[in-house]
Ligand binder design. Sequence first.
Ligand code: UDP
Length: 237
Amino acid sequence: MKQYNRVLLKLSGESLMGAKQHGIDTGRLSDYAHDIKTTCQMGIQVAIVIGGGNIFRGLSGATQGFDRVKGDQMGMLATVINSLALSSALSAVGVKNRVMTAIRMEPIGELYTKWRAIEAMEAGQVVILSAGTGNPFFTTDTGSSLRGIELEADVMLKGTRVDGIYTADPEKDPAATKFDRISYQEIYRRGLKIMDLTATTMCMENNLPIVVFDMDTPGNLIKVLSGENIGTYVSNE
Ligand code: UDP
């Protein structure tokens, strides 16, 4: 059963660390690659945006005295490193893919344009969209919203290490309960922090639904794509 034709998958850099304190866990990478391979076999077009938090975040750099813009550029480069790692893991399991960059840096990746990305997906390739939006003061969540909207994806799948959106942080409040569905408005009203507000607002204004789910459990991505009721579905309804 296919729920979606084209998805924008957001993977967090932090999740790539697995059990490590920084860097890339190759086991986690390989789990992701296998789930993405199955997604392609379901006939779904896949675009991926990956974060860089396992390597560098501009905001934390700024608190250590780095210039914010240079720090954000370092963060964007971190997403390129992760994208190359994912590309390599996908190739290893036989999934054709292309790395595109929001900032020109051939031959590491080709410069992103909507048309190139769609052409590649229609030819059966996974596109990995690196360097976020290409601008400082944004995050890869905003990069994912932007690319999801631009590429006319049916949904943005936000893979995290929690299994959905809760009334409060479940790691701090044991009484917190999970939403199966929630509207963007309710997210604002309750002050829930699932993504930065720029990203949430872009999805709301352009009607891009989001599914927040636990990507660290292998097979979950396929469950979401098969319509199983895991994670939290966010929409305007
Ligand atoms: N970043 C940026 N512009 C963008 C996307 C990312 O400047 O459009 C920088 C920013 O410094 C951010 C870092 O790249 O902290 C890594 O991205 P993010 O924090 O979103 O990664 P994640 O939390 O998903 O691992």
